[in-house]
Design a protein around this ligand. Sequence first.
Ligand SMILES: Nc1ncnc2c1ncn2[C@@H]1O[C@H](COP(=O)(O)OP(=O)(O)O)[C@@H](O)[C@H]1O
Ligand SMILES: [Mg+2]
Length: 389
Amino acid sequence: MRVIGLMSGTSYDAIEAAAADLTLDDDTLLLRPLGHLSVAYPDDVRALIAASLPPAATTTQAMCALDSGIGQAFAGAAVRALRELCAGAADLVVSHGQTVHHWVEDGVVRGTLQLGQPAWIAEATGLPVVSDLRSRDVAAGGQGAPLVGMTDTLLLRALPGIPAALNLGGIANVTVLAPGADPLAFDTGPANALLDAAVHHFTDGAATHDEDGRRAAAGRVSTELLRFLLDDPYYRRTAPKTTGKEHFHLPYLKRALDAVPTPAPDDVLATLTRLTAVTVADACRAHQVTELVVSGGGTRNPVLVRMLAEELPGVPLRRSEDLGLPSDAKEALAFATLGFLTVHGLPGTHPATTGASRATLLGSITPGLYPLRLPEPATRAPHRLRIIH
Ligand SMILES: Nc1ncnc2c1ncn2[C@@H]1O[C@H](COP(=O)(O)OP(=O)(O)O)[C@@H](O)[C@H]1O
Ligand SMILES: [Mg+2]
């Protein structure tokens, strides 16, 4: 089955579209990547997302405009993926949409909202669309995240020791697979969320991120600020746990800056980069991780990658490319896989990774141009994922 996966993470920097041929072969899921592309949000949609995210107040009119604007932008990305990656022929689109709120109270997820009306995608491509993949897991008592836990787990089975997969998006998440134990997946804390917020703030909106970590490289870590930030109780919570930009945003950072002797901007960036490295490393140590497979935009920041290596001596860092999954496409391919599982009647979560009471069939399905025809339900869930080329 040829599937297009669409994803935009909490950084809302771009929509990632990836396509793959997926086949179930006994207990193995075969995935042949067909390429990926990155599509920028139109300026007005991006600005409206920025203006609507917590702690800002918003309106139902703005939510409606976002649902359509994001849906149309995702539809544009799907049309390009269909034409440029699939030579015009695909069977299914799987759309994550854009998270606008991940509602966590006392460690319990009460709701999670991804916008990007799938009707626009179905109308533009004529293909059925699986969307809203997180809500079902939340309804089953889970965190609704990190949903990459399923694909990560299937992929990590090929590795020895206690391998973990790390994605450095706005938020950092890990999946840990120890032999003979249930897989674990959780958000470790911010990856780029606070860094991006600080850069945006220090440059009055002129820059979105610390390109190649240059400013962090020029700064020095403030011990006081780092200690203050590390005191956040989130880091001490045990998995399953998830967080988002509702928590790690600019006012959060400003409160920290007000509480310590204020460091120079580059020192703040050095400290925030170190914060990500330390919190990821602490999470890996807590679960005796022996090898880390890294993906996401944060892998483009050499200062962050260097700090992470410093914090995890003896733990080899590999890029997800080494396992055949392009770093930028990994999450889009993970969602393509989840939609594939859904239409085959297979659950997309492992209850241990999200904390749900049971593994559920994820998503809502929007028909395409023709009546919906689903494949025969699969009789056996895959145990491993093999990338073929
Ligand atoms: N060259 C770079 N130097 C530093 N940071 C980068 C670079 N490229 C990307 N990033 C960081 O990666 C983020 C985007 O990563 P991504 O994996 O797309 O996150 P998300 O899934 O949250 O959208 C950017 O917001 C930025 O912070
Ligand atoms: Mg992104």
